[in-house]
Ligand binder design. Structure first.
Ligand code: ADP
Ligand code: ASP
Ligand code: MG
Length: 454
């Protein structure tokens, strides 16, 4: 079936952008200002997912649960109280809150990843009711759409993988026709598996949802509206002198997201890149300040683009004399890791040792752990040292290995730091190293000052 809707622009608003009535009204202005914005993907109101995660982890005492529930009630009803016709959505919100209460009680007896996803999904389920009503009250035709019928995923609760073919087919059937005459408001972050059980794409996953939806509906553009006017040369909370970047390539921005720039969920740009959808990142508070365009081709290709920081790293160093001039050692190591489904992020090797960091994409926070059985098997092969409390600092840029004097500029700045591991070479876009978490912010500030504030 050919879709008849012309251009669909997908706009995503994060938690702070929908934190209260004023913030949601600013989102409504942005949506109204672009008639192509037919599909809107939003997060839960700021702070809500954290409360739901706390409840999902199991709050044993009833009064504690009730207090958290009351916080959710207060937060949402403060916004609902500003609506012209609050009664239109109050029954829906109450129904979701009743579900939160019931699941929270269940979680206090026994928590599970499946129950956690049912609970945390409630944040986005509520925020979409409220924003839909705000836009409806401005005289627009609005449909609040439950994305779980389109965002089909694996059953890996807490970190589900999208099933692209299913998403594409259901979007064509259910979502695209709706966009013809409606502004469609839907949830980021959540989906459902083949058994129609609620799943989530991992914390911060609404960016990824929006990109997957944009891909599925052949969107002409994807806008990520957040609390900063674009992607900066580093997190402005770490270095206040950080500057917004006007244009950045998909490869550079993907590296930034992968290496910890919280502004984008690490997987966000994959669907946009596959479909060559230009991505805009801007501030819903100050849309007039413009933002960053992420594109295939950009005019400027600077040597240094940005610095990122990612905490909670786990470094594993494996040492064995039998590695010396022998073959097959690494194969055995990786066979063990693969069998235990341990995903590796960075790796460096020397004659008799190999150091690697564990990928934390699939952890719910905290440092990733090596499964006990994998550790036991590795220890049969070699000595194993595990270090934590480390952070990864990455310098993102272009062809950094080819410019003379680069190493001196970078490492000269870092001479006071004890660098635990350095990786460069596999990608010409990044050079990264591990430092103790206590000095990581300082390392980012120093590098930023040296390379970007000149
Ligand atoms: P949202 O709720 O809209 O998804 P997030 O809190 O997930 O927003 O992401 C926005 C935050 O990302 C910013 O407030 C900023 O502190 C942080 N951030 C980290 N790295 C960068 C960067 N390079 N540029 C801009 N913001 C960054
Ligand atoms: N609400 C979810 C979270 O806080 C998803 C998101 O905001 O992107 O992680
Ligand atoms: Mg985010």
């Amino acid at each position: 079936m050919e879709n008849t809707v012309s251009a669909i622009n997908v706009a995503k608003f994060g938690g702070t952008s929908v934190a209260n009535f004023e913030a949601m009204s600013r989102c409504a202005n942005i949506i109204e200002n672009n008639p192509s914005t037919k599909l809107v993907v939003i997060s839960a109101c700021s702070g809500v997912t954290n409360i739901l995660v706390e409840l999902a982890n199991g709050v044993k005492d009833k009064a504690g649960r009730e207090q958290l529930l009351q916080e959710l009630v207060d937060l949402h009803f403060a916004i609902i109280g500003c609506l012209q016709s609050p009664d239109e959505i109050i029954p829906n919100i109450n129904e979701i809150l009743a579900k939160v209460s019931q699941c929270a009680e269940q979680a206090s007896q026994q928590s599970s990843t499946q129950l956690t996803d049912q609970l945390v999904a409630c944040g986005e389920l509520m925020s979409t009711h409220i924003l839909s009503q705000i836009i409806r009250e401005r005289g627009h035709q609005v449909t609040r759409f439950d994305i779980r019928s389109v965002m089909k995923t694996t059953s890996n609760f807490g970190n589900a993988e999208p099933l692209l073919d299913d998403i594409k087919i259901s979007a064509a059937t259910h979502l695209i026709p709706l966009c013809e005459e409606n502004i469609v408001i839907t949830q980021g972050f959540i989906g459902s598996d083949y058994n129609n059980q609620t799943t989530t794409l991992g914390r911060g996953g609404s960016d990824y949802s929006a990109a997957l939806i944009a891909e599925a509906v052949d969107a002409t553009g994807l806008e990520i509206w957040t609390d900063v006017p674009g992607i900066y040369t580093t997190d402005p909370r770490i270095a206040p002198q950080a500057k917004p970047i006007q244009e950045i390539s998909f490869s550079e921005a993907s590296e930034m997201a992968n290496f910890g720039a919280k502004i984008l969920h690490p997987s966000t740009l994959l669907p946009a890149l596959r479909h060559e959808i230009p991505v805009f990142v801007g501030s819903s508070k100050e849309p007039e300040r413009g933002g960053t365009w992420v594109k295939q081709e950009v005019e400027s290709v600077p040597l240094f683009r940005a610095v990122t920081l990612r905490g909670n790293q786990t470094l594993i160093t494996l040492k064995s004399l039998s590695m010396f001039h022998a073959y097959g050692f690494l194969a055995k190591v990786f066979e063990i890791l693969a069998r235990h489904r341990v995903s590796i992020d960075l790796i460096t090797t020397s004659e008799i040792s190999v150091s690697l960091t564990l990928d934390r994409t699939h952890t719910q926070g905290g440092a990733p752990q090596l499964p006990a059985e994998a550790l036991r098997e590795l220890e049969e092969l070699c000595s194993v040292e595990i270090e934590q409390n480390l952070s990864l600092v990455a310098l993102i840029g272009n062809n950094m290995g080819q410019a003379k004097g680069t190493a001196k500029q970078i490492f000269g700045t870092l001479e006071d730091h004890n660098l635990r591991m350095i990786c460069y070479g596999a990608s010409s876009h990044n050079l990264c190293f591990l430092v103790h978490e206590s000095s990581a912010r300082h390392a980012v500030q120093q590098l930023h000052r040296q390379l970007f504030e000149g």
